[in-house]
Design a protein around this ligand. Structure first.
Ligand code: ATP
Ligand code: MG
Length: 382
């Protein structure tokens, strides 16, 4: 057992978006110092970080600075593997570059999930037009997803016929793709696992995720799912983390499929996740505190849910066309709603600007209140 890293050590993070910002707040609150690497001069995390290295993620000089930190983590999966390897030669890096690399590529990711003995949607890797054969037809209707760089439903085309599949592959620019069979989706959930080593693993209760236009809109906890399935979902997530010998915070997205409510794994994210933002206001320890703790070699803390809740994303869509602020009054007036803004300068449609979490007696009530409060954001005459 190595000695834990204690405050006021300097911690480093690759990426200074909202996840990096909430990580920074958690770390600073505990008394650590934080260095953020992000090329954006207005990076959301920079407002709270001790140090902002405003440079490209593969900038050698900036990486050398980051390597001076006592430990380094990341807020996103599309980090250059070489950068991770370089950092790992000089300091403690979690999660490992290998785990991050798996989550970068849907083909590898699905193979790993199945290797861990868990189900995914039936799929086929499509790397060249010749891979599209009569056999592919059993996966139709399906979704053609690019193997890398997809998020918020981007890089996905729904296809019904082999001709549509070929056209979609061309539309994706003939890059590596995964063809996935459309499954009979009855719900979407995610489980966040916090793992230091095999003896120190904790999971948060599953969140039930509701998307709008391919982007997460609401997460409710507890999920409206039987206790058995909730437990099964947590065991599955844990199994994946164990299989990867994962160190850090891992989000596992799952689908609830068909009448039998079978759980299959959709994808993993090697970091805190949007569907875990409720943990800040509704859990004993939140996902960002866990990220700090684990990178410092400390065991994950209590993940217990203290109140039923609903997290709602706030997208740039609720700002006026000329940047007018949303109507914050009803939300701010509500005594069970907790507003978190990411300090982003420009509001654009589809851009995640903040979120709020509503605590309530049960998750249905929390969802209803959150939906009502979300509506009120646009209630000003524009
Ligand atoms: P995000 O960034 O929100 O995680 P993403 O771009 O990584 O999105 P996926 O999570 O793979 O993409 O898919 C986005 C959404 O599309 C899912 O949340 C789900 O609603 C739907 N979807 C994806 N795959 C399937 C499938 N095989 N069958 C049915 N629906 C699917
Ligand atoms: Mg997803």
């Amino acid at each position: 057992m190595t000695t834990p890293i204690l405050p006021p050590a300097m911690l480093g993070i690759l990426g200074g978006g909202q996840l990096g910002r909430m990580f920074t707040v958690a770390a600073k609150t505990m008394g650590y110092r934080v260095t953020v690497l992000d090329p954006d001069p207005n990076a959301p995390a920079a407002e709270f970080a001790d140090r902002h290295l405003c440079a490209a993620f593969d900038d050698q000089a900036a990486l050398a600075e980051l390597a001076q930190c006592s430990a380094v983590t990341t807020e996103f999966e599309n980090v250059n593997a070489d950068a991770m390897r370089y950092l790992a030669q000089h300091t403690v890096v979690s999660p490992s570059g290998d785990c991050v690399a798996i989550a970068q590529n849907r083909i590898q990711e699905k193979a790993w999930i199945q290797k861990a003995g868990l189900q995914t949607a039936p799929y086929q890797a499509i790397r060249q037009t010749a891979d599209i054969t009569a056999k592919s037809a059993v996966l139709l209707p399906g979704i053609l997803k690019t193997a890398t760089l997809g998020y918020d439903g981007k890089g996905q085309i729904r296809v019904k016929t082999l001709d549509e599949l070929k056209a979609a592959f061309e539309q994706h620019g003939l890059v590596d793709c995964v063809l996935e069979k459309m499954v009979d989706l009855r719900g979407e959930i995610s489980v966040i696992v916090c793992r230091l080593n095999s003896d120190n693993v904790r999971t948060f209760d599953p969140a039930e995720n509701i998307h709008e236009n391919g982007i997460l809109a609401y997460s409710i906890v507890p999920a409206r799912l039987s206790a058995d399935l909730q437990q099964q979902a947590q065991q599955m997530a844990r199994r994946l983390a164990d299989e990867l010998d994962y160190v850090g915070v891992l989000a596992v997205e799952m689908f609830v499929v068909g009448d039998t409510h079978e759980l299959i794994v959709n994808e993993i994210a090697p970091r805190p996740h949007n569907s875990g933002h409720h943990t800040i206001d509704a859990c004993a320890a939140d996902q960002f505190q866990q990220q700090v703790r684990i990178m410092c070699g400390l065991p994950p803390a209590d993940t217990r849910l203290l109140s039923s809740c609903c997290m709602a994303n706030i997208l740039g869509d609720v700002w006026g066309a000329n940047g007018e602020e949303p109507n914050w009054l009803p939300l701010q007036n509500h005594t069970a709603a907790h507003l978190h803004q990411y300090g982003k300068k420009a509001a654009r449609a589809g851009r995640k600007m903040g979120h709020f979490t509503v605590l309530a007696a049960d998750s249905e009530e929390a969802l209803a209140t959150a939906q009502q409060l979300h509506q009120s954001l646009t209630s000003l005459a524009k």
